[in-house]
Design a protein around this ligand. Structure first.
Ligand SMILES: [Zn+2]
Length: 130
């Protein structure tokens, strides 16, 4: 029976603490989940302002990663480097990061609303040397 199969993955109601507001949050988690991961889950599901802000930030980070997947190749290692750069700016490790690839320059930073901003500049300089 399909329904019975699904219920084999045992999740139980557990108590975690939101790391932003300290509030107790009930979460569904596997029985053996360690407390720190339980608190992480609780923080993701809490409805305090800071938790919501973090949830939006994580969603934006995901959107930026999807954007990068469409523009950079995984095979050449470009995608991984760009994702690292986005993450570093996102986590305030750097104010901005500039990446050059051929005629394109990508500047990754954050705007005043905390949105990840990626500006692409295409430079086509015609230079003749003889
Ligand atoms: Zn909270």
């Amino acid at each position: 029976m399909a329904k019975g199969e699904l219920q084999k993955r045992e999740v139980v109601q557990k108590v975690g603490f939101c790391k932003y507001c300290g509030q107790i949050v009930m979460v569904e988690a596997p029985e053996e989940l360690p407390p720190e991961e339980l608190n992480e889950l609780a923080s993701q599901q809490c409805n305090c302002d800071e938790a919501k802000r973090q949830q939006r930030r994580i969603a934006r980070m995901g959107a930026a990663a999807i954007w990068a997947e469409n523009y950079f190749s995984r095979e050449s290692g470009q995608l991984q480097a760009v994702c690292c750069a986005i993450k570093a700016v996102f986590e305030y490790a750097f104010d901005n990061i500039t990446i050059k690839s051929g005629k394109k320059t990508y500047k990754i930073d954050m705007d005043k609303d905390g949105m990840i901003r990626i500006r692409t500049k295409y430079t086509d300089n015609e230079i003749e040397t003889f």
